[in-house]
Design a protein around this ligand. Structure first.
Ligand SMILES: Cc1ncc(COP(=O)(O)O)c(C=O)c1O
Length: 385
């Protein structure tokens, strides 16, 4: 991987030390160009001229195909969304809940997981069981917690494949093994995975999986994708409907809920889809396995540096299959929010504070360098005083 060349294609890298891909990744020029080109084309060549309409449809199809390749699923199982949270809501709101159904999730989950679960409880009488999760629990411990919590009422397990607060990568396959034969559904938030680690949803046998464009894929805000396994598409009722939910060849119209098109509702942005498509192409050209290896290697190097400094405490897993490119830590006697603010003001380093558990989170993405991580560690020690 030619890091210098890659960094030269991402303008943010020339302006600052950007260590916050887990919130939103910096786009390479070609992603921005793809969006600009499409926007200009639509705006100047007649938004409803035949070539613009036809190429817009083609673009959306190609984007679904690109997502499908990234996740190793079929394009017919993919809907384009606006973000991860929308995908989570499509499933949680459209699922045929029954009074007394249990939803299993974890107490340190992102609100995009937690709130849709609580809303299903409020609206549909499902019951949320939120299991305690340690930021560096090992996989056996996590699997035991889930196994112990399962009951005849358990209807769905909902969790993030990578925990946003600490980068704990969850044992997807093991949890699937526990749930599949019991007929328990599995909805997974992939906000921190797409473009970060290699994904094979067909092999994992997950039911529902939602991803964004703007994080590790380095795509634009306002794009994402939802995967629903073929045989489950019909079961998820759309919460909003528009022309794409009906068979317009029939009069009076008939609902057709057999395809992912039902979730499209109405007009969407082709320039944003063009950004997602180009972002996936960029990431796949570099190679997702290589990216995953480098992200993990960088975070291991960072953890090793942090562990050497008295008063620095790493919350993320240090080894084993639970590691990835996210590292969360605390520094005794300091406030993470203030530290993150000073990192920006004094060193142009972008990090983020996490509220639960309170910590500083660093995203090491493939375009980051060892030198940036060293600069971060030196700056943290200086600011702490
Ligand atoms: C685990 C997790 N889920 C959901 C989200 C929200 O993502 P989106 O803005 O794509 O809905 C985030 C973003 O920070 C996240 O880390």
């Amino acid at each position: 991987m030619d890091i210098d060349k890659i960094r030269s294609q991402i303008p943010t890298c020339q302006r600052m030390s950007y260590l916050n891909t887990g919130w939103s990744g910096p786009s390479p020029v070609r992603v921005v160009d793809a969006m600009t080109k499409r926007l200009e084309y639509e705006s100047y060549e007649g938004p409803t001229s035949q070539p613009v309409l036809e190429s817009g449809e083609k673009l959306r199809l190609e984007t679904r195909e690109a997502v499908a390749r990234l996740l190793n699923v079929s394009p017919t199982e993919v809907a384009l969304t606006q973000n991860t949270t929308e995908g989570m809501n499509i499933v949680m709101s459209g699922f045929p809940w029954r009074e007394g159904d249990e939803i299993i999730t974890f107490d340190i989950e992102h609100l995009s997981v937690m709130v849709p679960c609580l809303y299903a409880q409020r609206r549909h009488g499902a019951r949320v069981r939120s299991l305690p999760l340690g930021t560096n629990d090992d996989w056996d411990t996590i699997v035991s917690k889930v196994e112990e919590a399962l009951s005849p009422q358990t209807r769905m397990v909902v969790f993030s494949h990578i925990q946003y607060s600490c980068g704990l990568r969850m044992p997807l396959d093991d949890i699937r093994r526990l749930t599949k034969d019991r007929g328990i559904y599995m909805l997974v938030d992939g906000a921190q995975t797409a473009g970060h680690i290699s994904l094979d949803l067909a092999a994992a046998g997950v039911d529902f999986y939602s991803i964004p464009a703007q994080k590790w894929l380095l795509g634009p805000d306002g794009a994402g994708a939802l995967y629903i396994g073929d045989e489950l598409i019909e079961m998820i009722q759309p919460s909003y409907v528009g022309h794409s939910a009906v068979d317009t060849s029939k009069n009076p119209v008939e609902f057709d809920f057999s395809s992912m098109d039902k979730f499209r509702v109405s007009t969407t942005s082709s320039p944003i889809a063009a950004g997602l498509l180009e972002a996936i192409t960029f990431i796949r050209e570099i190679g997702i396995d290589e990216i995953e290896a480098r992200n993990t290697e960088l975070s291991a190097a960072l953890k090793a540096k942090l562990l050497n400094i008295p008063g620095f405490r790493v919350l993320s897993p240090l080894e084993g299959p639970g590691v990835c490119g996210l590292t969360s830590f605390t520094i005794d006697g300091t406030d993470p929010k203030k530290m993150v603010q000073r990192l920006w003001e004094e060193e142009q380093i972008v990090a983020r504070p996490v509220a639960h558990p309170e910590s500083i989170r660093i995203s090491s993405d493939f375009f980051n360098t060892e030198e940036e991580l060293e600069k971060l560690v030196v700056a943290l020690q200086r600011i702490r005083g």
